[in-house]
Design a protein around this ligand. Structure first.
Ligand SMILES: [Ca+2]
Ligand SMILES: [Ca+2]
Ligand SMILES: [Ca+2]
Length: 312
């Protein structure tokens, strides 16, 4: 009887050890999977930031990209999302906040927005269409009369137009980049061009409010943003250089580049200081206003974005 009890106890101990061992095994596998996913997400976020830099470079160098167009477009505009999924930027963005895939290229210019290594079907892009190239002439708060067909929303400057995109409840975003992640919740991708088959919940409901997996929720979309402050810091850097190169504002940049006056850049606090002969104003007064994603990436890299970008 005693040996029978001992045998039973041994079986229980063995079962407990096996259960414990299995638990340890499952735990180890889960931790490895989580670490692996974290590594993948880190790489994808790095690639999304690369795409963000390419978009910012395009916006800052818009006059040079379209240098043979008359009149030369001003700086600050972004390409429309690729909503028909043909790899090219669309000719116009009809929604206030347009969403589609990140275009790989634009017509007749050697520009590539999509970093290598990202599945283009999974990279989505939301843009406040007031900031779009060829976004139409009627959506500005103060539309100009007698516009040329190539005109964009004007004025486009430090305080106009108002922002229409939020990320995790924070406002002041101009554009967002998404990586859709694994299909979930019945999403059927295949050849789908429907945003609801890629982005989740509040990211696919057609409004300007978006959410990132980084905020901790059921959404698995990785998101990197471009804030108005980041956009403005870059525009100011370009404009300060332009003013220096053109011998000032009135009689200089304002005479050579129509967009300077039409976008009312002389009213900007930093730019007006330079126009009036101020000594080298800091073009980055808004650097403290970083996007959540930029702050995270900056902390990881040991530096902030500071309006700097890598170009393409
Ligand atoms: Ca397209
Ligand atoms: Ca998703
Ligand atoms: Ca939403």
């Amino acid at each position: 009887m005693r040996s029978k009890q001992q045998g039973y106890v041994l079986l229980v101990i063995l079962a407990l050890m096996m259960a414990g061992g299995a638990g340890y095994f499952v735990s180890t596998v889960n931790e490895t999977a989580i670490q692996s996913e974290a590594g993948r997400n880190k790489d994808i976020l790095k690639q999304l930031r690369n795409a963000r830099d390419r978009l910012l470079t395009y916006a800052a160098t818009h006059p040079e990209v379209y240098g043979d167009t008359t009149p030369t477009p001003g700086p600050g505009y972004f390409p429309c999302p690729d909503q028909d999924n043909n790899r090219w930027t669309d000719g116009s963005c009809s929604d206030e906040v347009a969403i589609g895939r990140l275009p790989e290229k634009i017509g007749s210019r050697g520009v590539n927005f999509l970093p290598e290594g990202l599945d283009r079907q999974l990279v989505w892009y939301a843009l406040d269409s007031n900031y779009s190239y060829q976004g139409g002439d009627s959506r500005c708060d103060a539309p100009m009369s007698n516009k040329d067909p190539i005109d964009r929303c004007e004025p486009l400057n430090h305080d106009a137009p108002s922002s229409r995109i939020t990320l995790n409840g924070k406002s002041d975003y101009v554009a967002l980049l998404f990586y859709a992640g694994m299909a979930q919740g019945g999403q059927d991708r295949g050849t789908s061009n429907d945003v609801t088959d890629f982005l989740d919940g509040g990211n696919a409901d057609g409004d300007g409010d978006f959410f990132s997996v980084q905020a901790g929720n059921d959404i698995n979309d990785l998101v990197v943003g471009i804030t108005k402050a980041e956009w403005l810091a870059l525009m100011r850097k370009r404009l300060v250089q332009d003013i220096s190169d053109n011998g000032g504002c009135d009689g200089g940049l304002a005479d050579t580049d129509h967009w300077f006056s039409r976008n009312q850049w002389a009213d900007d606090s930093v730019i007006s200081g330079r126009c009036n002969g101020g000594s080298d104003p800091d073009p980055d007064p808004d650097d403290s206003e970083k996007s959540e994603s930029s702050e995270k990436s900056g902390k990881k890299n040991g530096k902030g974005n500071n309006g700097k970008h890598n170009g393409w």
